[in-house]
Design a protein. Structure first.
Length: 256
């Protein structure tokens, strides 16, 4: 039972200010020898509770821990409503729709719908993706103030998006998303549209993104998809009291 208690204590040590742990920190926190701490962290990584975090001896929450949290969070009314929305869009237009949640500087996929092989992305979505490298992540980051962004990235932006290395660059990237509510990216003949909802009671940020091929689309189809997504997300936001969507106006969308 002591091993179980120690593993639970390791998981409790993670927070917004402590996204990673190492052998020394765990040994100090649990008052155990470093050799015992090292074996504990390796065992937790082998079982998927942790995963290596780059430098040797550092760990962060692993896929099993994240997946358990995703199961819990997928019961959120926001998540279920976004899931219904992307299911309807992919059924109507094909493509791929994903419901995503932000946890600190990273984003995680919760649920995915594939409406047709023509819309399947070339690479599967990773379990953990830096928010700055994801259209959905940017949609959620756009809901933060510059002060909140500075606090989140006080140690630097880090890897993820090569073109974004400073807070000023990040703020510039987020400016049109803050204005329109839509994060739009076109890469490799596909367009990805992402929109976010913030549930104010728990202060949780959720997003959905939708990817579809541009080639072969009838004229006006992408605009129809965009308007359908905006209508759906704005209604979800309004239902949960998201002030951004309560105040949002269609005139915020870019012309053309």
């Amino acid at each position: 039972m002591s091993t179980l208690r120690n593993a639970a204590a390791v998981l409790r040590s993670f927070s917004a200010d402590t996204p990673e742990v190492n052998v020394t920190a765990v040994a100090d926190r649990l008052q155990i020898p470093k050799s015992t701490s090292s074996r504990l962290l390796k065992m937790m990584a082998e079982e998927g509770l942790l995963e290596p975090a780059g430098s040797k001896g550092r760990y962060r929450p692993g896929p099993l821990t994240i997946g358990t949290g995703q199961v819990f969070r997928s019961g959120s009314p926001v998540a279920s409503r976004l899931d219904s929305l992307v299911a309807d869009i992919t059924k109507t237009y094909g493509g791929v729709g994903t419901v995503i949640v932000r946890d600190g500087r990273d984003v995680f996929p919760l649920m995915r719908h594939v409406g047709g092989d023509e819309g399947r992305p070339s690479q599967p979505m990773a379990i953990r993706t830096p928010a700055v490298a994801s259209p959905a992540g940017k949609a959620m980051l756009a809901r933060l103030t510059d002060s909140e962004l500075k606090a989140m990235y006080r140690k630097g932006i880090g890897p993820g998006a090569a073109s974004i290395q400073t807070i000023d660059q990040l703020s510039a990237e987020l400016a049109p998303i803050r204005s329109s509510g839509v994060s739009r990216t076109e890469i490799g003949g596909r367009v990805t549209l992402a929109l976010a909802v913030v549930e104010p009671f728990h202060d949780e940020a959720w997003s959905m993104d939708y990817t579809v091929k541009l080639d072969g689309q009838p004229a006006g189809t992408i605009d129809k998809i965009l308007y359908a997504l905006v209508d759906g997300v704005s209604m979800i936001g309004a239902r949960v009291g998201d002030r951004y969507w309560l105040d949002w106006k269609p005139s915020r969308l870019p012309k053309g």
